[in-house]
Design a protein around this ligand. Structure first.
Ligand code: HAM
Length: 421
């Protein structure tokens, strides 16, 4: 029976039968990030709206139409975070993390919120994994950040993904490119969608990213940023590619990658799974060498990426790749009679204190129903305790898979379990 209330559109519940999958992805990401020397940072899910407006940028779709904004009881403007970078940079500056242990290598996991039309792989509340690196602007760091994303996808056993990289230049050369784009698009302005007409004024690069077919057609002959990079950016981009080659990480250069957020400079990249349909970006990121300064910190370079768990899980499931394993009790108890039940209640607590997961169904009275519950639980072992076992002080541990049995005394049951499990 459906209840009175419905989940908000574009959100979903992670149900207990599936939550192990998300846990597996999170654990794998944590392990990879920690291996690369990153430590977790947790920031609030809402921040001052102005933080995102300033950093993600006025011309981005996120700020233009996707933010969940609200005013609190004192009239302050907040927004549910649409992404993690701005919040991490805010914390980096506010807590002076540059001078703290592990302050330069940060990873995060958590929900993000964007008001967009929901579709496969696109939600209004989605969950990102991401990293931000404030170590240096050395091109090795760019390659290493990309390598972390690559290692994560490899560790999960994902087969179908590609890496595309680009450089979108620095303050010194991006303006020339923007002008070249304005000159190129201006004669076709009336044929561009209304968003792109606006983009052309605010951030011409974003026209290259438009998904509207007529805009894509016009953009097909647009100039390439790679022809506008100055020597510093071009050398940097070359070096990133050399480091990726040294790491045996396959990639293609795609001069069309501009990314949908305004804070990027130099390296931009995306891991894509083209089997996913329209929402094919598994994760994306890039360098943002001016962002820390723009939100009031000391000039500090940065680079990072983030990806959505939903698309990752869809990709893994489509390939029948491992998405973790459901946990099950190590041992399940079946009892007959009051005395046995009381004994089990005491044993259960001892086992659980010892970190052994143990199950028991007190509401099922018949042996058959309890055996069924033991089977359903997928426990490794079952133990049946009845009047006989109580009288002799013994117990039989049965391996649920092999059927093998092991005798022990009730007094030694907990120790035996500790040794076995
Ligand atoms: P983004 O490209 O906006 O970048 O998002 C990163 C990833 O989050 C996407 O590639 C996609 O996997 C996932 N994602 C985005 N929107 C949705 C959605 N509505 N539903 C499901 N998944 C979604 C950023 O957020 C930057 N902060 C990345 C970054 C970190 N750049 C530097 N550091």
């Amino acid at each position: 029976m459906a209840g009175k209330y419905k989940i908000p559109r574009g959100t979903y519940d992670i149900l207990p039968s599936e939550s192990y999958k998300r846990q597996y992805l999170e654990q794998t990401f944590r392990a990879v990030a920690e291996n690369f020397g990153y430590r977790e940072i947790v920031t609030p899910i809402f921040e001052q709206s102005a933080l995102f407006e300033r950093s993600v940028g006025d011309s981005s779709d996120i700020v233009q139409k996707e933010m969940y904004k609200f005013t609190d009881r004192k009239g302050r403007e907040f927004a549910l975070r649409p992404e993690g970078t701005a919040a991490v940079v805010r914390s980096f500056v506010e807590n002076n993390l540059a001078n703290q242990e592990n302050g330069n290598r940060l990873y995060y996991l958590g929900p993000m919120f964007r008001y967009d039309r929901p579709q496969k792989g696109r939600h209004r509340q989605f969950y990102q994994y991401g990293i931000e690196n404030f170590d240096s602007d050395h091109p090795y760091i760019d390659a290493e950040v990309i390598a972390l994303g690559y290692t994560f996808l490899q560790k999960l056993g994902l087969q179908n993904f590609i890496l595309e990289i680009n450089s979108i230049g620095s303050r010194n050369c991006a303006a020339d490119f923007d002008q070249a784009l304005i000159d190129f698009f201006d004669p076709h302005k009336d044929l561009l969608c209304s968003d792109c007409q606006h983009r052309l004024e605010k951030n011409p690069k974003r026209v290259l990213d438009c998904k509207v077919p007529s805009c894509q057609e016009i953009a097909a002959d647009a100039p390439s940023m790679l022809n506008y990079l100055d020597k510093e950016c071009s050398d940097h981009f070359q070096a990133v590619q050399e480091y990726l080659n040294l790491m045996d990480i396959p990639f293609t250069v795609n001069p069309r990658i501009v990314r949908g957020l305004d804070y990027y400079s130099k390296t931009a990249f995306e891991f894509l799974n083209n089997n996913l349909g329209a929402q094919n970006a598994l994760c994306g990121g890039g360098r943002y060498d001016y962002l820390v300064e723009e939100i009031g910190g000391k000039p500090t370079t940065g680079i990072g990426f983030a990806g959505g768990f939903e698309r990752l899980q869809l990709s893994l499931e489509a390939e029948n790749a491992c998405t973790g394993t459901k946990s099950a009790p190590a041992i399940f108890f079946v009892t007959m009679g009051d005395r046995a039940e009381k004994t089990v209640i005491s044993i259960l607590q001892k086992l659980r204190l010892a970190g052994i997961s143990a199950g028991f169904d007190i509401d099922k009275k018949s042996l058959k129903a309890q055996m069924k519950a033991a089977d359903k639980s997928n426990a490794q072992y079952s133990v049946v305790l009845g009047d006989d076992e109580m009288a002799t002080g013994t117990a039989t541990l049965r391996n649920m898979k092999s059927g093998e049995q092991q005798q022990t005394t009730l007094a030694e049951l907990v120790t035996l379990c500790k040794n076995l499990l």
